[in-house]
Design a protein around this ligand. Structure first.
Ligand code: NAD
Length: 372
């Protein structure tokens, strides 16, 4: 287990049982809002699952209350839940498993706070957490720009065949054959989900001169009046769009939104972008459509079987996942490893909001980011 050396003195408390953990708050009224001004003297042991080197400096910097933090690279699963003993708070990320059985194990080992370093919380069984008294909070928005800009990067890289062009040039092949793209200007782009990330997408595409249409169960009138966005039903979006980009959360209603039946309604040669959640797309159906060339381009930052695959170096392994293997054979497919959020601004915001959420929950205050 890799520990945070900066906070060595607090490690003495690591094996303190939850019963004997003391929460001593600064009693003076802080000048700033509690979200910005953490309680300075709380003794708190935190276990960070799925901790990666790129985020540790941001979490350390945001730990202004000097809580004791242990970082582990492993994901939270039913098997690794044992590791929480001695920790009251657990920080998790998108591919950690906080299903009912895992939460029960965390509860038995004294965990009281579950902090998501993400916006999506489809990996947490919220009713069970509530029933067990584990308080859960998330980071609802840390940088919609980070994810939206990554989605646009996928669109442009696919359209202008940047990966292929770069590989070719490194082989001293300066030919342009096979690299023809299309103007984004005047193309119709269908945005599914116009919340925080989808809204940024609409604004960027409006700047490109695209004809932007959208589907969402809640219409954003500001996007309509300022950017000429037109809301349409899903069928119209599928039949009209040259590019379709997904920005709805994963819910029972959105699981496998893009399947064989949806693809059948799309234009031949459509570009499909998914930076939202892997299970929005039925990968097998998309592979069939790539083979038949009904889908002309695919850019995904998320994959339905990404847990245990993404964020890790598997370069020495034999790939067991036939779907991802097949996807990687198409030259009109770009896969990134759930890195849409990965900007310095987003990492700073995630770290600061996660600690602000913890301070808020521990203080007993109402926490806007709590999920109940
Ligand atoms: P948001 O909550 O601000 O927006 C979601 C939108 O989807 C809302 O406008 C909502 O009305 C709409 N919606 C929900 N259910 C719907 C349904 N059944 N039909 C139609 N519309 C529906 O969320 P956001 O911050 O824009 O994030 C969108 C998703 O992006 C997240 O849920 C998450 O899965 C994903 N995400 C990915 C990354 C990454 O690194 N790739 C990072 C952050 C978020």
């Amino acid at each position: 287990m890799a520990s945070n050396d900066l906070h060595a003195p607090e490690r003495d408390f690591r094996h303190t049982t939850t019963d004997s953990i003391s929460f001593s708050f600064k009693l003076e009224e802080p000048k700033n809002d509690i979200l910005l001004q953490p309680a300075q003297s709380v003794i708190m042991n935190i276990l960070v699952y799925s901790a990666k080197g790129f985020e540790k400096p941001f979490l350390d910097a945001a730990n202004t209350a000097s809580y004791s933090i242990d970082y582990i690279e492993t994901r939270l699963t039913i098997h690794t839940a044992e590791l929480v003993s001695g920790h009251v708070a657990v920080f998790i990320f998108v591919n950690d498993d906080a299903s009912a059985a895992v939460l029960q194990k965390l509860h038995e080992r004294g965990v009281k706070y579950l902090l998501l370093r993400s916006a999506g919380f489809n990996n947490v069984d919220i009713p069970t957490a509530v029933q067990l008294g584990i308080r859960v909070a998330r980071v609802p928005a840390y940088s919609p720009y980070a994810v939206a800009e990554h989605a646009i990067a996928l669109m442009l890289a696919l359209n202008r065949k940047l990966i292929r062009a770069n590989n070719r040039i490194h082989d001293l092949n300066f030919s342009l054959d096979g690299l023809t793209g299309f103007d984004m200007h005047d193309k119709t782009v269908g945005v599914i989900g116009t919340g925080s990330i989808g809204s940024v997408i609409v604004k960027i595409l409006h700047g490109f001169g695209c004809n932007v249409i959208a589907y969402d169960e809640v219409e954003n009138t500001d996007l309509v009046s300022r950017f000429g966005l037109k809301y349409v039903d899903l069928h119209t979006l599928y039949t009209s769009s040259d590019i379709i980009t997904l920005h709805v959360p994963l819910l029972p209603a959105t699981k496998y939104l893009i399947d064989k039946a949806a693809i059948a309604q799309m234009k031949k040669g459509v570009m499909l972008i998914n930076t939202s959640r892997g299970l929005l797309i039925k990968t097998k159906d998309v592979i069939d459509a790539l083979k038949s060339q009904h889908i002309g381009y695919l850019g995904i930052d998320v994959y339905e079987e990404e847990a245990g695959l993404f964020f890790e170096d598997h370069s020495e392994d034999i790939v067991q996942d036939d779907l991802i293997s097949r996807l990687l054979t198409f030259r009109n497919v770009i896969v990134t490893s759930h890195q849409g959020f990965l900007t310095d601004t987003a990492l700073r915001n995630i770290a600061e909001t996660t600690f602000a959420n913890l301070n808020c929950l521990v203080s007993g205050s109402k926490c806007d980011n709590e999920i109940v």
